[in-house]
Each structure stands twice: as structure tokens, then as C-alpha cells.
Design a protein around this ligand. Structure first.
Ligand code: ZN
Length: 121
């Protein structure tokens, strides 16, 4: 499980994100809590490859049950900072599905040594 040693401080995340402090947000305990809630709600499975969710532009080539390791914001936090901590604006995705949704190329992520565990975009 995740360590929870970070000091609890109350941020106005909508304001911080609007200022561009997205890294601070993704490293925050507030985000950790929502992230875990979303992963639990989605039973830790990638909702894209289950066929439960898509963004209307990208679709799975086949349905498969795989673990989710990323929580994606449906409406990007830069567009709606106020929805950054809204679980209804979040969906559990596998690394693979997230790359598809964010339209990153295969050649770029193959070089990465390990999958990212946090939403960073
Ligand atoms: Zn994303």
C-alpha cells in the first residue's frame, strides 16, 4: 500500500491547478484518496478494455479484462480544475489504454522501463 506520510495540508486544488501546479496535485494525498476510491469503484480493472468506457474517439480493438494502474481525468484538469477531485470525472485505465486515450505513440512508451503509476498529464 501507499505510504501516507505526507503532511496533510489543505490546498485549494482548483486554484493550484489553474496556476499550473499539476505535479503538486498528482503527488498530493487528496489525489491519492480519490485515485484509490476510483480504482476500488472500478474493481481495479481497465474500464476501456472492458468496454465500459471510451472517450468517443478511441475504442478497444478487443475486449479484455486487465488491471488498471492509471486513473485518468475524463475532462482534463487544466480544462476543469474544479473537477480534479471529482470521482465522477475519473476512470480507471490500464497503462496501454491510457496511452491510446492520450494518443501517445507506441515507439515512445516502449522505451520506458516501467509503467507510470500516476496520472501525469
Ligand atoms: Zn490521462
Amino acid at each position: 500500500m501507499k505510504q501516507r506520510r505526507k503532511r496533510r495540508k489543505h490546498y485549494n486544488w482548483a486554484e493550484e491547478i489553474a496556476k499550473g501546479n499539476t505535479n503538486a496535485f498528482y503527488n498530493s494525498t487528496d489525489w491519492d484518496i480519490v485515485r484509490e476510491k476510483v480504482l476500488n469503484r472500478d474493481k481495479g480493472k481497465c474500464q476501456f478494455f472492458l468496454g465500459n468506457w471510451n472517450d468517443g474517439k478511441h475504442f478497444p480493438d478487443k475486449i479484455k479484462i486487465i488491471n488498471a494502474d492509471t486513473v485518468h481525468h475524463i475532462i482534463p484538469i487544466k480544462e476543469r480544475p474544479d473537477l480534479a477531485l471529482d470521482a465522477n470525472n475519473c476512470i480507471s485505465l490500464s497503462f496501454e489504454a491510457h496511452e491510446i486515450i492520450e494518443e501517445r505513440h507506441r515507439w515512445a512508451w516502449r522505451k520506458k522501463k516501467k509503467p507510470l503509476t500516476k496520472e501525469r498529464w
